[in-house]
Write a protein that binds this ligand. Structure first.
Ligand code: HEC
Ligand code: HEC
Length: 289
């Protein structure tokens, strides 16, 4: 008895529901159309920025700071990528820290090509390209040179030298080639600093030694073919070469079985500071300079 009434009620409810859905869909459709037509309108505006966006070559992805890939400078890349592990106060174990010349001296002694290959392909805990895979090779070189040159290095600007080589290394290599004749000739600038072995010289020498030379010449150094301080047997054949030759080799670099970088890798040291460090090492190792 109630049956038909119920059916009528259900029928009208259904109609209302379907009508509602249709209206909703229609509204959504118009809203979407309205929104997307607004969007098209913006792009068609011919502002310079809009034109730039449309004509920029594919693949020219711009970093957040707006500098295109390939044109980022060493200091910026360092601050953004390398900093987390190579900052002066970074806690990353084993990474050479910027401005820590002693960290960098043995690295620099490997030559630029090795540094570059290790930074490019990764090396132990050093991730390839520092983890920033979109760095170009030139950009990576800029970052390495920036770091190294803040840390006692003297590497050439990679933008000026298409095939940068480590200056200390090439200096040492050419020195090795010329060493026979040159060391016999001696050098006027290789004259003894003040009075050899005096207190001042030893104090200066110790300071320079502790800050730089120690990295390779420390008594417990593991770097092969390096005369270690206090090891008289290792220094005796060196001392026999004479003071002027040792000064010259420390100043200009020297390569026999090992690799002594010019001024230990820190070209900002004065000649007298380097000589003082030689005097200090020799006098601590059985010599009397
Ligand atoms: C996640 C940490 C990390 C980041 C990021 C990082 N490095 Fe390193 N890097 C290291 C560590 C650790 C070492 C030392 C590896 C070793 O000697 O075993 C190292 C070593 C190096 C060396 C010396 C390699 C050698 O042969 O002695 C260079 C050059 C270098 N990094 C360059 C860079 C540059 C350039 C960047 C930024 C683009 C960068 N690194 C970013 C951790 C990092
Ligand atoms: C990166 C490592 C490294 C650093 C840093 C370093 N040396 Fe050396 N040094 C060497 C090596 C390796 C040799 C041995 C080279 C060889 O005989 O082939 C050497 C050799 C020498 C010699 C002997 C040269 C000769 O004719 O036998 C003197 C002197 C010397 N270093 C002085 C210094 C002074 C001074 C400093 C600090 C200002 C210093 N070194 C920093 C690696 C280093």
């Amino acid at each position: 008895m109630n049956h038909p009434t119920n059916q009528n009620a259900r029928g009208s409810a259904l109609t209302t529901l379907i009508g509602g859905i249709v209206i909703l869909l229609a509204t959504l459709y118009f809203l979407v159309k309205l929104a997307s037509s607004g969007y098209h309108g913006t792009v068609e505006e011919t502002t310079d920025a809009a034109t730039q966006t449309r004509i920029q070559p594919q693949g020219s992805i711009v970093e957040g700071d707006g500098v295109p890939v390939g044109e980022r400078k060493g200091d910026k890349i360092f601050a953004k990528v390398c900093y987390q592990c190579h900052a002066a106060d970074s806690s990353t174990a084993g990474s050479p820290k910027i401005t820590h010349n002693a960290d960098w001296a043995p690295r620099l002694a490997q030559g630029f090509d090795t540094l570059f290959n290790h930074a490019l392909n990764g090396f132990n805990a050093m991730p390839a390209k520092g983890g920033q895979s979109d760095l170009t090779e030139l950009e990576l070189k800029r970052a390495i040179v920036y770091m190294a040159n803040q840390s006692g290095g003297n590497l050439p600007d990679p933008d000026k030298a298409p095939a940068p080589t480590e200056s200390a290394a090439s200096g040492a290599a050419s020195e090795a080639a010329a060493s026979g004749a040159a060391s016999a000739a001696g050098k006027s600038e290789a004259a003894a600093p003040a009075e050899g072995g005096s207190g001042d010289v030893m104090a200066t020498g110790k300071k320079v030694f502790d800050g730089l030379c120690f990295g390779c010449h420390g008594a417990n150094s593991a770097i092969p073919d390096t005369p270690r301080v206090t090891h008289k047997d290792e220094w005796a054949p060196r001392i026999n070469k004479g003071k002027d030759t040792l000064f010259k080799h420390a100043l200009e670099g020297f390569q026999d079985k090992g690799m002594m970088p010019a001024k230990g890798g820190n070209t900002e040291l004065s000649d007298d500071e380097v000589k003082a460090a030689v005097v200090y090492m020799v006098n601590e190792s059985g010599g009397k300079f």
